[in-house]
Design a protein. Structure first.
Length: 158
């Protein structure tokens, strides 16, 4: 079993030109318009998976991209999936998907059920969170919808 701590995220919704849901509901983005708490997984650059947690009310295309995680338990298993160790194991959206064996088979998965669950902890104080613009996108680059734990070494880009 693997456990990780989410240390970096980016927000996307249907009002946002950088969001997959911006042009409306399609077969690819259907999950983003569904109930919150489900996983939206997509394939990018012809070689990587990325995962998002659907966050909007049903009918609104909104999700949070998980950009980086810090391993808590199951390090050897994650290293085996990724063939990497240390910070490079999960300090990026495609890296963490590989380390956690997340692929298109988990698209639409209910995050209250096995094999992948999301547990909500108490929020961190805002003094421990950095808010900044998103990275790796062409549209709406100046929108400050990226959040990360300020002193985490697993953040993809500082």
């Amino acid at each position: 079993m693997c456990r990780v701590k989410i240390v970096e995220t980016e927000v996307y919704d249907e009002t946002d030109a950088a969001s997959h849901s911006y042009k409306g509901r399609t077969p690819r983005t259907d999950i983003m318009f569904g109930p919150p708490g489900h996983l939206y997984v997509y394939f990018t650059y012809g070689m990587h998976y990325c995962c998002n947690v659907v966050t909007g009310v049903e009918g609104m295309g909104a999700a949070v991209l998980i950009r980086a995680v810090e391993p808590v338990d199951g390090l050897e298993l994650m290293e085996g999936f990724r063939n990497k160790s240390g910070i490079e194991l999960s300090n990026g959206p495609a890296k963490l998907c590989q380390a956690l064996a997340i692929d298109k088979a988990l698209n639409g998965h209910d995050l209250t059920a096995s094999p992948l669950r999301l547990h909500i902890n108490a929020p961190l104080p805002s003094s421990e969170i950095t808010q900044t613009t998103r990275v790796g996108i062409r549209h709406a680059k100046d929108v400050p919808w990226r959040f990360y734990i300020t002193n985490s070494t697993y953040v993809s880009k500082v």
